[in-house]
Ligand binder design. Structure first.
Ligand code: HEC
Ligand code: HEC
Ligand code: HEC
Ligand code: HEC
Ligand code: HEC
Ligand code: HEC
Ligand code: HEC
Ligand code: HEC
Length: 463
């Protein structure tokens, strides 16, 4: 959606009111951007300048990125994002501000950004990228997941399986080992609850984290997963690589799916010539010749406005065990379907889009049927006491996991985003193979009334 610079004007006037002398882009000559050495003439308070000057020497890398950012040009500097009230649970002092009344924090949540970008933050927080993202990692109500990462992937090896699942601590109060898989894995994509030490600095490797990071002041969300610090670029966020850092791999290969699709083919062949830095909400076909992740899920296009809620344009829930039309905290699927079709309508006719949407519905139906079959078998086995207590030593339950979490997701997401190899060879083809194996194990157990000795799953590699 093309739009004037009205909102930016409002932001700038508000800032002028609080005494920061910032001009609009063209007038802002505070920085000599061509020179390697930053020349600052006016526009920053004395205190703001002190951070910039010292950090320019101590952290030249950070400075270089910030210097070229749009926000630097608009007069937003270190102090605007890193200064906190003395009373903040995150307040600390770097060596440059020790002994002064200024408190800072290395942690910066979406709450800081919301002072100037309230709408983006509101949309982001109601999407799956907000609270829902970290709930998968740190919500005690989801003990199954916490058990997976603390017990099976950690404690069972490092601490002989003994730990308190609610705290993640061993009886000896030794958490480090069992945190290994969370801190290096889940947390870097999903985010977790940041824990603080006595100096108000993060402890237990709970920071930095991914998209839904929960900060000690109760705020949620790390905006810089897409607008990487300290450039905070919208051009970068429009590129598929902004999403591919998390949306990849055997269980949600969205970047691979994209590269394989016709859209990805055009991206690889032509995107050197695309215009990436059109103003917010004014990035339209013509600037590009095929959509990226952002185009379909976030950017303004045609009559649609930009949204920071990636749930808004979705119909199905394609990640959980049974695919249903989205509702409640996961969005509004009926509405999402209509909005997504509006994206396609910018470049495709109705006939074309109807086919794509229908083939997604068909794959969802096929997957759901297989899943329902597996659920039925599992119930019968459970009734007869033919399931092992440890699901990861039980071939039936392991296979069922792969049916849903790997092969089934690939089929569904491959079909949704037009990648035939993922929809078929990594998707429906492997789905039926897994299903056949599940059936064999089920039949064996029912016939012999016993569980086979070893897990029948020797390697998860094919799935
Ligand atoms: C527009 C807001 C913004 C501005 C301006 C800004 N930062 Fe940051 N900074 C962030 C965010 C967001 C993070 C990531 C925090 C998180 O993950 O909790 C961050 C992280 C950091 C970190 C900690 C991470 C690390 O790599 O050690 C340092 C240090 C830092 N910034 C220094 C600076 C300096 C120096 C400046 C000025 C040149 C600056 N920042 C300007 C928002 C900002
Ligand atoms: C005289 C130099 C100097 C000044 C002035 C200064 N800093 Fe620092 N700051 C440092 C140094 C050096 C570090 C790195 C210390 C370390 O982590 O090794 C640092 C660290 C930081 C960090 C990261 C803290 C952490 O725990 O990782 C932030 C954020 C930060 N400074 C922000 C600011 C802000 C905002 C200002 C202005 C209000 C400022 N600094 C002023 C020298 C300075
Ligand atoms: C004190 C106000 C203020 C704060 C705090 C602030 N911003 Fe900004 N932001 C601005 C202004 C002003 C602009 C410039 C608008 C322009 O010139 O186009 C801007 C522009 C942006 C842009 C567009 C950049 C581009 O390439 O066009 C992004 C993205 C952005 N901010 C992200 C953030 C994030 C993320 C945070 C929090 C970590 C944040 N902002 C915090 C005021 C702020
Ligand atoms: C730092 C990691 C990270 C990045 C970067 C990221 N995502 Fe996500 N995304 C996630 C996680 C984690 C979830 C799952 C959230 C949950 O648990 O419900 C998710 C969920 C989603 C969903 C489903 C929404 C739902 O119901 O949860 C969509 C659509 C999505 N992301 C699109 C994108 C797009 C488009 C981009 C790039 C512009 C992107 N993501 C960048 C981590 C990321
Ligand atoms: C490489 C980044 C990455 C890592 C590492 C990762 N996830 Fe995810 N996770 C995602 C993305 C992206 C999605 C969204 C998937 C989709 O749409 O299909 C997701 C979805 C989920 C979901 C379904 C959404 C929900 O909230 O119900 C759960 C649960 C989940 N992840 C838990 C975990 C746990 C627990 C770990 C560590 C043991 C982990 N993830 C590791 C990126 C990651
Ligand atoms: C999943 C990736 C992603 C995350 C996370 C994200 N953004 Fe963005 N952001 C984008 C994209 C893509 C655009 C460009 C939209 C377009 O094409 O107009 C954008 C644009 C913006 C703009 C320019 C004005 C606008 O609304 O178009 C601002 C300001 C901004 N983001 C701030 C934020 C803030 C604040 C957060 C944290 C709450 C955040 N972003 C988190 C992807 C992201
Ligand atoms: C041509 C438009 C288009 C492009 C490009 C695109 N997507 Fe999608 N995406 C869709 C559609 C359509 C769906 C299924 C929507 C529905 O439920 O009806 C979808 C579904 C998803 C989901 C599944 C959410 C769930 O329910 O689990 C995620 C995650 C996702 N996309 C992320 C991405 C990422 C990351 C990229 C880029 C690497 C990308 N998409 C590129 C259109 C697109
Ligand atoms: C910015 C324009 C643009 C948007 C938006 C867009 N597409 Fe495309 N799409 C293209 C182009 C260009 C091709 C390549 C046509 C060719 O094969 O030469 C293409 C190809 C395809 C193909 C491959 C089959 C074919 O016709 O070659 C499918 C499937 C597809 N798009 C589906 C969608 C769906 C579904 C949406 C909306 C969710 C969508 N597209 C949105 C431009 C777009």
């Amino acid at each position: 959606m093309r739009r004037s610079f009205g909102k930016i004007g409002i932001i700038c006037s508000a800032l002028l009111l609080v005494g920061l002398v910032i001009g609009v882009w063209a007038q802002s000559q505070n920085l000599n951007l061509a020179a390697k050495e930053i020349v600052i003439k006016r526009g920053f308070t004395k205190e703001a300048l002190s951070c910039i000057e010292c950090h320019g020497k101590k952290m030249p890398g950070t400075m270089e990125s910030w210097r070229t950012s749009r926000m630097a040009h608009a007069g937003i500097s270190c102090i605007d994002c890193h200064k906190v009230e003395k009373s903040s649970p995150m307040a600390s002092q770097c060596e440059g501000v020790k002994g002064t009344d200024t408190y800072i924090s290395p942690m910066v949540s979406s709450k800081t950004c919301s002072r100037c970008h309230p709408q983006e933050v509101e949309q982001f927080l109601r999407s799956g990228h907000g609270k829902l993202a970290s709930s998968a990692v740190c919500d005690p109500k989801r003990a199954g997941l916490i058990k997976l990462m603390y017990h099976y992937e950690g404690a069972a090896f490092m601490n002989k399986g003994k730990l308190d699942l609610s705290t993640g601590l061993t009886p000896e109060g030794q958490p480090a080992y069992v945190r290994a898989s969370r801190a290096a894995g889940c947390q870097m994509c999903h985010g977790t609850q940041v824990e603080l030490g006595p100096d108000n600095k993060p402890i237990n490797e709970t920071w930095p984290g991914g998209i839904g990071t929960r900060y000690p002041d109760g705020s949620i969300g790390t905006c810089t997963v897409c607008h990487t610090r300290h450039k905070f670029s919208i051009a970068d966020a429009r590129k598929p690589e902004a999403c591919g850092a998390c949306h990849l791999g055997p269980d949600h290969p969205d970047i691979e799916i994209y590269y394989e699709s016709k859209h990805g083919q055009i991206f690889h062949a032509q995107s050197d010539e695309w215009k990436w830095d059109s103003p917010p909400d004014a990035w339209e076909p013509g600037d590009y010749t095929a959509p990226t992740c952002a185009t379909c899920h976030m950017s303004g296009i045609g009559e649609l406005a930009t949204t920071h809620s990636v749930n808004d344009r979705l119909k199905w829930d394609l990640m959980h065990k049974k695919s249903v039309i989205r509702s409640g905290e996961r969005g509004d699927g009926e509405k999402g379907d209509k909005l997504m079709r509006k994206v396609c309508a910018n470049c495709h006719g109705k006939t074309h889009t109807d086919v794509q949407r229908k083939s997604l519905d068909n794959i969802v139906e096929l997957y759901n049927k297989q899943w329902a079959g597996a659920v039925k078998m599992k119930k019968e086995l459970a009734d007869k006491g033919l399931l092992k207590k440890d699901p990861w030593k039980d071939g039936f339950q392991e296979m069922m996991y792969y049916l849903w979490h790997h092969t089934g997701r690939r089929a569904r997401q491959g079909a949704a985003m037009n990648a035939p190899d993922y929809a078929h060879w990594h998707g429906t083809f492997q789905m039926f193979q897994v299903y056949k194996d599940i059936e064999d194990i089920y039949n064996y157990r029912m016939k012999n009334n016993k569980i086979e000795e070893l897990s029948t799953v020797m390697s998860s590699a094919p799935y």
